[in-house]
Design a protein around this ligand. Structure first.
Ligand code: URP
Ligand code: ZN
Ligand code: ZN
Length: 476
């Protein structure tokens, strides 16, 4: 028996219109005003928006750090929180650590995630040890559905790679039809600044942003876009935090570069005044750090104008008590450089972006574009996901614009003892979430106890919805 969500307003990236949505099995069977078939169950969703399920293209669940600390959220807890927040698919960063093959790295991530995810999931592959045999493995990654890769220009001594490696990787990834994502910060300069601050005894968390000023990001963005244009390769810049970096991206895009930019809610809403709160500031230690509030308006404008393609979370959660405050290791208190980097956010992204809509910062179609359609298109799962059309997966968020949500650690599903958005009010609620046709969440409660998320192998793409949504825009 099919189910019809009737009387609601469908919000896709190309427009908002009154329509009923007929779900048959896992997919959408029809959208329009006359879609109810004989024997269909009809559910009244009048007054609600129906959005394509959110796609968070940047998470770190179950991530082990080199000092033995592990993120507070596993795939089980993180993807459960994702569903509660209206995200039905995540693309997590599987990581190849030093001396591992990509196959080993990917195998490790599958072991952590398979059978444990509440939402659908895919992987990018972060490469920290580039060599000939890794280069030879790229076609195998592509056929395993991993069509995007990541390199870090920061985290000297652990994840960082040099510019020569970025050059070779851009060339090779382009050759196999993939997309390289890059963390842009100048790791060498950050390391020098950190050492200098330490010598002067400036080691509290308030010095974290001092060690990574905007210019360290902006210079790295500029260097990356120059290398990418030399190679002629597409490239995706993760978590842009400073408007001066966006300006470099806007310039490169205006020159026709195939360049994609991602930002995160923390860079749109939070600012560096949060580093003034003593040890509490450790909660906000992430890289790149929060910036001055003067950056916000430009970052919102970049979203409106389409220069920023994606809003992801970079969800990388560590408890304040016992992890970020140094409880896990004697002697860590007092050294910002040893605070695990990252913040939670997978649960609040969709509502935070709707808050932007309610405040007139972004249109509803633009919101859908950056939280769902573009990540789906750029990373090769569009139009199976990222849009509500017949044939697409019935991943649907029922958003109530008359509801109210107050974000709080007390009520969140994220398995972490704080949220950076504590007390933020959003004039909407997520009433229900459907994952491939099954209602999995309603009225703040899970309807299914068992994780039903599936691995989503991806096609190569590297095109946003405005370029046609991927090579196979019409193929499901
Ligand atoms: O602080 C952050 N962002 N931690 C997660 C790893 C990364 O750089 O994306
Ligand atoms: Zn990063
Ligand atoms: Zn990240």
């Amino acid at each position: 028996m099919a189910l019809v969500l009737a009387g609601g307003v469908v919000a896709n990236s190309d427009g908002v219109y009154r329509a009923d949505v007929r779900i048959d099995g896992e997919t959408i069977a029809g959208i329009g005003t006359c879609v109810v078939g004989k024997g269909d169950e009809v559910l009244d969703v009048s007054g609600k928006y129906l959005l394509p399920g959110g796609i968070d293209a940047h998470t770190h669940f179950d991530l082990p750090l080199s000092n033995g600390v592990r993120t507070a959220d596993s795939f089980f807890t993180g993807t459960r929180a994702a569903i509660a927040g209206g995200t039905t698919c995540v693309i997590d960063y599987a990581t190849q650590f030093k001396s591992e093959s990509l196959r080993e790295g990917l195998g490790n991530w599958h072991r952590l995630a398979d059978g444990k995810c509440f939402c659908d999931y895919a992987f990018h592959m972060a490469i920290t040890d580039w060599n000939e045999s890794v280069s030879d493995e790229l076609p195998e990654m592509i056929s395993s559905g991993v069509t995007s890769f990541k390199m870090y220009m920061a985290y000297k001594g652990s994840l960082q790679v040099d510019d020569g490696v970025i050059y070779w990787a851009l060339k090779r990834v382009m050759e196999v039809g993939g997309l390289l994502c890059v963390h842009c910060e100048n790791g060498d300069v950050i390391s020098a600044l950190t050492e200098e601050l330490s010598r002067r005894g400036c080691v509290g968390p308030e010095f974290h942003p001092v060690s990574r000023p905007p210019v360290t990001e902006t210079e790295a963005v500029s260097r990356l876009t120059s290398i990418a244009s030399l190679v002629g390769a597409p490239v995706y810049v993760v978590h842009v935090s400073a408007y001066s970096s966006m300006e470099k991206i806007i310039e490169a895009k205006a020159r026709g570069a195939r360049l994609f930019a991602e930002t995160c809610p923390q860079y749109l809403y939070l600012d560096d005044s949060l580093y003034g709160g003593g040890w509490e500031a450790a909660k906000y230690v992430c890289s790149p750090p929060l910036r001055g509030s003067e950056n916000h308006e430009g970052l919102w404008a970049s979203l409106r104008s389409g220069f920023t393609d994606v809003v992801a979370t970079d969800h990388c959660s560590f408890n304040f008590e016992g992890q970020k405050d140094g409880g896990h290791k004697d002697g860590m208190r007092g050294d910002f450089a040893k605070i695990p980097n990252g913040m939670p956010g997978v649960e609040s992204r969709v509502l935070l972006m709707y808050k932007g809509v309610s405040e007139g910062r972004l249109s509803l179609p633009a919101m859908v574009r950056v939280i769902s359609s573009n990540p789906a298109a750029i990373f090769g799962i569009y139009p199976r996901k990222g849009i509500l059309i017949p044939g697409a997966d019935a991943d649907i968020v029922v958003l109530n614009p008359s509801g109210k949500t107050v974000i709080s650690a007390r009520t969140q599903f994220q398995n972490v003892d704080y949220t950076p958005f504590e007390g933020v009010e959003v004039p909407a609620s997520i009433d229900a979430v459907y994952l491939r046709g099954v209602e999995v969440f309603r009225g703040g409660k899970f309807l299914e106890d068992a994780p039903a998320g599936r691995y989503v192998p991806r096609r190569a793409s590297g095109l946003s919805v405005t370029d046609g949504g991927g090579v196979a825009g019409t193929r499901l």
